[in-house]
Ligand binder design. Structure first.
Ligand code: SF4
Length: 576
């Protein structure tokens, strides 16, 4: 079966299906979205203008029976960083795309009529642009409405933030229960909003399935891969029990939990918002401790978090969200963080960028650190309604810092730093500085060796070995993102060579190729270089690979460390 490119042009109001160019055949996920952006998007274009494109692509292994391969990548030029962007997420759409033979969906152009709003409806062998009256509705209502009578359909949608083209707007992806996972970072929701596209619906047809050249070999490799995931202590035990929020106490202990807008690495309220506390509350209230964001996830780091009365409050309640809205804003009320998470899902805004922007606003005195009601009010009244203050915060941490005259603004390439202080977890600092995506923990997750001693140990407080660590992980991650693998498969891959062997075997069994582990790594390196090349053409240079000055001036307690890499050391990252 030959996969196809599905394309919708909002300028021409036309949608069609075309063959996949040969050079894209061996790509999927991030490798493919970045290749499309690199070849079809003018690097100097306005991210919200007619020359930007929004690309969705399932990974190379998505839609197969292999565990944890249901990631959907979205790509485009980012309104937040002004560089190339890939963001990926779970949910059901990647598997539905892959099974329908959709290699990628490319949305381009801008509609002439600014007052008409659209959805894109796709299934195997068909794509249509349709008018919609769902503009103005929240993500939950949008997903529910579109799923009526068609529970199994996939939905990708934007909320109020995307409609208002806020630079922190994300894109929501329906999960197996009709709730939300997010293509979180870089403001791609604003790109979708700029095209007046509210949603993409993918309707499965009965016989949709991914073609596998050698099913027996694939089955064997998939079994070995799932076994490696389940045998690893982090992916087989820690994540399924406590979710990603297992990291709150771990990072607090390590002195790398950014607190009060990156003022210190410890949070005295850490216990109240920790994974352990959350686990007990979920059990007490009849929620779900383990939950997969897509069918076939054997790790199940997600959960269902209920309120005090046992009613659903949120799911996919991640460490990074709990940190951004919790420790970073000095809020230690888990229920209020869960409510904020629910609101941000409905509004469709990145929790990391929003938490970081609110902490910057708190630094400026716009509201007090620890003011959980003020935070919720900012979401419900200001951002959702697009008031001037809401639009400032919704534009992200950098804009918020500029507007309020704050000098301590934790961003790289315009994107807020996530939940690991770069002074105390130095490998993460190298990833934040050098990733073409802007500050992004998933681009090269050095927490593995810096904090969790997975794949060896590199002292998080020292500079030695960090550049090599970040480089290896960024290259490997670009490969995993291309295959459609969840980042949490990396723990097993780093500690058990059978996991990597199984990935190579699955790729070969699926397409009849004979690539090696080295080929997989070379693919990751070429994706990374292609993304950097786009950014250079968009006007970026070495100076954009730097952390904000305050990290070199202010010591981070309790270790009292500063960011001390020289420019030359950082630039040596790209020597490969
Ligand atoms: S481990 Fe977590 S993020 Fe990864 S696929 Fe499973 S639920 Fe989704």
């Amino acid at each position: 079966m030959n996969d196809k490119i599905y394309r919708a042009d909002l300028s021409k109001m036309k949608a069609w299906i075309e063959d996949v160019p040969e050079s894209w055949n061996s790509l999927g996920g991030r490798g493919l979205t970045s290749a499309v952006v690199a070849s079809e998007v003018e690097p100097l274009c306005h991210p919200l203008g007619k020359n930007n494109k929004l690309v969705f692509a399932p990974g190379l292994l998505s839609g197969t029976t292999a565990a944890n391969t249901g990631r959907l990548s979205a790509g485009g030029k980012s309104p937040l960083t002004k560089g190339i962007k890939e963001s990926n997420s779970g949910g059901t759409s990647a598997q539905l795309f892959a099974r329908a033979g959709i290699k990628a969906l490319i949305i381009e152009g801008l509609p002439e009529n600014k007052n008409e709003f659209y959805g894109i409806r796709i299934k195997k062998d068909s794509i249509e642009i349709e008018k919609t009256s769902l503009w103005g509705k929240g993500n939950f209502e949008t997903i529910e409405t579109l799923s009526k009578g068609n529970e199994k359909c996939g939905v990708i949608s934007i909320g109020a933030a995307g409609e208002m083209k806020m630079a922190a707007a994300n894109i929501s992806v329906k999960d197996p229960q009709g709730k939300i996972r997010s293509l979180g970072r870089g403001g791609l929701g604003a790109v979708m909003g700029s095209k007046n596209v509210k949603y993409v619906v993918i309707e499965p047809t009965e016989n949709d399935q991914v073609y596998v050249e050698n099913p027996e070999k694939f089955k064997e490799a998939a079994k070995s891969f799932a076994k490696a995931l389940l045998e690893h202590p982090v992916s087989g035990e820690g994540l399924p029990t406590y979710g990603t929020n297992i990291l709150t106490n771990v990072l607090h202990e390590a002195g790398g939990l950014p607190t009060k807008n990156f003022s210190t690495g410890n949070f005295d309220g850490h216990d109240k918002i920790s994974g352990e506390t959350m686990h007990d509350l979920i059990e007490e209230r009849g929620g779900k401790v383990k939950h997969g964001c897509h069918p076939g996830c054997v790790i199940q780091c997600s959960q269902v978090y209920n309120d005090k009365n046992g009613n659903y409050l949120t799911s996919g309640f991640e460490y990074e969200t709990i940190w951004a809205t919790g420790a970073n804003c000095k809020i230690s009320d888990l229920d209020s963080l869960a409510y904020a998470d629910h609101l941000m899902d409905d509004i469709g805004i990145d929790t990391i960028e929003t938490g970081a922007a609110v902490a910057v606003a708190m630094d400026a005195g716009v509201l007090e650190f620890g003011d959980s009601k003020g935070f919720v009010n900012l979401l419900e009244q200001e951002i959702k309604n697009g008031t001037p203050l809401g639009r400032i915060v919704g534009a992200g941490a950098e804009v918020t810092g500029k507007v309020f005259g704050v000098t301590r603004v934790p961003v790289v390439k315009g994107q807020a730093l996530p939940a690991y202080d770069p002074r105390a977890v130095k490998g993460m600092g190298i990833t934040y500085a050098t990733s073409p995506m802007g500050a992004d923990h998933t681009a090269g997750y050095c927490v593995t060796s810096n904090i969790l001693s997975v794949g060896g140990y590199v002292d998080p407080l020292k500079k030695d070995g960090q550049i090599e660590l970040s480089r290896n992980l960024q290259i490997a991650t670009a490969s995993l993102d291309t295959a459609g693998l969840c980042i949490f498969t990396a723990f097993a891959i780093l500690d058990n060579e059978k996991a990597m062997e199984a990935i190579v075997d699955m790729l070969n069994a699926k397409s009849g190729s004979s690539i090696t582990g080295d080929d997989v790594m070379s693919l990751g390196a070429s994706v990374l270089k292609m993304e950097r090349e786009f950014n250079k053409k968009a006007g970026f240079n070495e100076k954009d690979d730097r952390l904000p000055e305050f990290f070199s001036l202010e010591k981070c307690p309790p270790h009292n460390v500063i960011w001390d890499f020289t420019d030359e050391e950082i630039d040596s990252f790209w020597n490969f």
